[in-house]
Ligand binder design. Structure first.
Ligand SMILES: C[S@@+](CC[C@H](N)C(=O)[O-])C[C@H]1O[C@@H](n2cnc3c(N)ncnc32)[C@H](O)[C@@H]1O
Length: 249
């Protein structure tokens, strides 16, 4: 099988997706060649499944990962039916689109530095703004939930990512600086500024990044830190709550 020979780990599943989406034989042949060259499958077909729904992914935009579905599900459970959510670093809008589907009465907005990503998110029905984290947001909006799958790979670990990811996916989507927390730390401050008291921040992180992040959350006034892990026990995310206003006199 050609995809297996080209080094695709899930060759049979990928072949089935290419066959399912290709409109004709010549297109399928072109697509197989692109995949053999390492181009992300979702850029070739233009779509990826996220949380059980198809999501359009334009070439050049980070491909949403299955591991992010847990963050999206947790965020949806925390978002009031008519609440407000901001998805920082929205990319193709995977998390925001999930929130909109789960809470049709809520206001959900995505923000991304990359205009190509913001356009892609809009194509997925997400009102998306181009900007640096919370820069486009007015003070005092009283947001209920802030989500962010910000770049969190330490710069020194970028070379350990699969070759295709290194070659094709945008570095601005991956590179989290020396400890991986350069953007994530700024997200904490931005979320503290946007969230209403009692509102929730949900972040995707990995490795032992919670050790560096928890003090930062404490310092920014967050409480009730929760971590979640995958089936292998690896850290996948952190949620924390902006301290509620005390009812005590
Ligand atoms: C790892 S991708 C995640 C995309 C999406 N949330 C997802 O899960 O599929 C990170 C995204 O953050 C964006 N980004 C990086 N730095 C940013 C910043 N300072 N402000 C806003 N977006 C940023 C990148 O353009 C990229 O789309």
């Amino acid at each position: 099988m050609r995809l297996a020979a080209a080094g695709c780990v899930a060759a049979a599943a990928e072949a089935a997706i290419l066959v399912e989406h290709a409109p004709d034989g010549p297109t399928l042949e072109r697509w197989v060649r692109r995949r053999e060259a390492g181009e992300p499958l979702a850029w070739i077909t233009g779509v990826v499944a996220f949380a059980g729904r198809p999501l359009a992914v334009d070439a050049g935009v980070y491909v949403p990962r299955p591991q992010t579905e847990e963050l999206a599900a947790r965020a949806a459970a925390l978002l009031p039916p008519a609440g407000v959510a901001i998805d920082l670093c929205t990319g193709a809008g995977a998390v925001a689109a999930h929130l909109r589907a789960a809470r049709p009465g809520a206001l959900v907005v995505g923000i991304d530095l990359d205009p190509v990503a913001a356009r892609c998110a809009r194509g997925n029905g997400v009102p998306a703004i181009v900007g640096d984290l919370a820069a486009p947001v007015r003070h005092g909006v009283g947001v209920d939930v802030v989500t962010a799958v910000a770049p969190y790979v330490p710069t020194s670990a970028l070379r350990t990512l699969p070759a295709d990811v290194q070659r094709y996916e945008p570095r601005v989507a991956l590179d989290g600086g020396p400890d991986g927390l350069a953007v994530v730390g700024r997200v904490v401050d931005a979320a503290a500024w946007m969230l209403r008291p009692g509102g929730w921040l949900l972040l995707e992180v990995g490795g032992d990044q919670d050790a560096g992040l928890v003090p930062r959350l404490d310092g920014a006034g967050f409480v009730g830190v929760e971590r979640w892990r995958d089936d292998d026990g690896d850290l996948r995310g952190i949620a924390a709550r902006r301290a509620p206003i005390s009812a005590d006199p």
